[in-house]
Design a protein around this ligand. Structure first.
Ligand SMILES: Cc1ncc(COP(=O)(O)O)c(C=O)c1O
Length: 400
């Protein structure tokens, strides 16, 4: 009898974490490495949010809470959905978890039976297919290529739907491409879903606040109110409020689904950290002005990185609508050889050779389901980004 479960064999460890670890190992061994593989803001959590957590500790708010979030936070989340998304949820329709990641995982665990299909647009956030597999489902990948701005088309979505389809996981702006769907583009997708009443939508709105130029964020239940009854709208404080380590995410959805997710959470983590919940409450209800200043900083970085990467022969870097990632194509470099003899026959070969030769850590596109590309996280200082892009250019110039 095998000791480890068969389920484990179906999933792989996160490639983004693997790349970040590799870069840290090289750094520890004395190599000069610039890491652009981690998906988190380089800013510190704002002081008023930290102060709320300290006050919570000092007031003894250090006990178990309700499994899927304390009432005060649920109320603030309802207010956030109403204020920013025009969505009316009641507290029994809210679930708070240990990061958006746990909320998504709970929802899949609560709904998937063996063989149930989940449509995942590619490029996708690395965890979606593995979470579906862990929950016993079948990921069905629909490609959104560079030519359509890394977005799927209504035709692509329609063709992927079968009687076994349970969910579409929708993520805009996207990790890893930064691509954001306009209201019109999203409406075309929700029109398809209206023709298939058995398909639900899990909308991962984690990068809602990080959108640039004249792009306006929208979410499925807002664009098509008739989808409200079969939509789980997922969000969190990690990215917009620079709170990745605090681990608070949340979702709004039908009470029956939220109740099923609560059951799973109550038998796994019991509840998200009480102190982090008080911090998240302050994040949602306190001053929001720093989001705008972080945003303008991110936009400047995006523009600089795109400009520097597009100047490199063999690289094409579309300018994304949001998040803090770019997803350049290296189609023009495939087939070349690095000075150490490495054949650049894939984006993985490119990223590993780049890390070895010039000390820049980025994540290869195959990890996100669309090649040949790589993901740059521009949540790093201007100096680091400038130096990294210069090194990428130098590396590419050595390929023959
Ligand atoms: C698209 C997307 N969804 C969800 C998450 C999870 O965020 P958290 O668990 O920190 O709330 C991430 C984090 O990288 C992400 O990029």
């Amino acid at each position: 009898m095998a000791f480890l479960s068969d389920t484990l064999a179906r999933v792989k460890p996160s490639p983004t974490i693997a790349m970040t670890t590799k870069a840290q190992e090289l750094k520890a061994a004395g190599q000069d490495v610039i890491g652009l593989s981690a998906g988190e803001p380089d800013f510190d959590t704002p002081a008023h949010i930290k102060a709320a957590a300290i006050a919570a500790i000092e007031a003894g708010k250090t006990k178990y809470t309700a499994p899927d979030g304390m009432p005060e936070l649920k109320k603030a989340i309802c207010a956030k959905f109403a204020r920013e998304n025009g969505l009316t949820y009641t507290p029994d329709q809210i679930s708070v978890g240990t990061g958006g990641k746990q909320v998504l995982y709970n929802a899949l665990m609560a709904t998937l039976n063996p063989g149930d299909e989940v449509i995942i647009p590619a490029p996708y956030w690395v965890s979606y297919p593995d979470m579906v597999l862990l929950a016993g489902g079948v990921p069905v990948v629909v490609e959104g290529p560079l030519e359509t701005g890394f977005k799927i088309t209504p035709e692509g979505l329609e063709a992927a739907i079968t009687p076994r389809t349970k969910w579409l996981i929708f993520n805009s702006p996207s990790n890893p491409t930064g691509a954001g769907y306009s209201r019109q583009e999203l409406k075309a997708l929700t029109d398809v879903l209206m023709r298939h009443p058995h398909v639900w939508v899990m909308s991962d709105d984690m990068y809602e606040h990080l959108v640039y130029d004249d792009f306006t964020f929208c979410t499925p239940a807002e664009v098509e109110p008739r989808l409200f009854e079969r939509t789980l709208t997922v969000n969190g404080v990690s990215k917009a409020y620079a709170m990745t380590g605090w681990r608070i995410g949340y979702a709004g959805g039908p009470a029956e689904l939220i109740g099923a997710m609560r059951k799973i959470q109550s038998q796994s983590t019991s509840n998200p950290c009480s102190i982090s919940q008080w911090a998240a409450l302050e994040a949602l209800e306190g001053p929001q002005d720093f989001i705008e200043s972080n945003k303008s900083l991110f936009k400047q970085r995006r523009d600089m990185v795109c400009e520097m990467l597009n100047a490199i022969e063999g690289i094409t870097c579309p300018i994304p609508e949001g998040a803090f990632y770019v997803y350049p194509s290296i189609a023009g470099l495939i087939g070349k050889t690095a000075p150490d003899g490495t054949l650049i026959d894939s984006d993985e070969a490119f990223c590993l050779a780049l890390l070895r030769a010039n000390g820049v850590a980025v994540v290869f596109g195959a990890a996100f389901g669309l090649s040949p590309n790589f993901r740059v996280s521009y949540a790093a200082s201007d100096d680091h980004l400038k130096a990294a892009c210069t090194r990428i250019a130098q590396f590419c110039a050595t390929l023959s």
